[in-house]
Design a protein around this ligand. Structure first.
Ligand SMILES: NC(=O)CC[C@H](N)C(=O)O
Length: 212
């Protein structure tokens, strides 16, 4: 792997721009991916938050689905945030009737899992992998805790033996639910670090990409 990997952000639908900004702030060269030749040129890929049913359809329209599945099978580092986590799941609960995922992560993900009352909320949670990272401003993000923003988010209903849970909801009705996982080169969070200004999750992913 070259010293400065190029990380793509899937640009079909969702908060592509926020991820591009977060990657740039994490010191990574980041480009939009909308075509198969653009996908072929990146060393890692972010699947942004958005609407997984729409992204699923557009992946097929843009003829990206097959090459992306192939690259995931080949070990491409991929970070999926929210809808991106849904797309990485091998098994999906509460998807629409014709919704497909790309797969790769040996997890069952429940879409829109948090229900109506708390379908969007924020909380601080402990995230494995960011514990010793410095965060430039003092506050609740210090140490291993990140400020997690959930927007009609999924959770990981269950995870296979090769999947490492990185974080759970700390309290409330969904306490203990897994909301961040890693398995090999695949990383996924139910929440949206790209909109908080905290670049530690993107830096963690950049390390995965550099090591691949
Ligand atoms: N913020 C998000 O990415 C929401 C995900 C959305 N509920 C979906 O099903 O894809």
């Amino acid at each position: 792997m070259s010293a400065s990997p190029v990380v793509g952000v899937l640009g079909l639908q969702g908060d592509t721009r926020e991820h591009l900004r977060a990657l740039a702030a994490a010191g990574v060269e980041a480009v939009v991916v909308r075509r198969p030749d653009e996908l072929a040129a990146v060393h890692g890929l972010v699947l942004p938050g958005g609407e997984s049913t729409v992204i699923d359809k557009l992946l097929r329209v843009f003829e990206l689905r097959e090459p992306l599945v192939d690259r995931i099978v080949d070990g491409l580092p991929v970070y999926g945030s929210c809808a991106g986590m849904i797309l990485l799941a091998d098994r999906l609960l509460d998807g629409t009737h014709d919704q497909q995922t790309l797969g790769g992560l040996d997890v069952t993900v429940r879409r829109n899992a948090f229900g109506r009352q708390v379908d969007s909320f924020e909380t601080d949670l402990e995230l494995a992998g960011v514990t010793d990272r410095d965060w430039p401003s003092p506050g609740p993000e210090d140490g291993g805790s990140v400020h997690a923003v959930f927007i009609r988010a999924p959770w990981v209903e269950d995870a296979g033996p090769g999947v490492e849970p990185l974080g759970v909801v700390p309290s409330g009705p969904a306490a203990g639910r897994i909301v961040a996982v890693r398995a090999g080169n695949l990383l996924a969070t139910s929440f949206h670090p790209e909109i908080t200004g905290d670049t530690r999750v993107h830096r963690l992913f950049a390390e995965v990409v550099r090591a691949a």
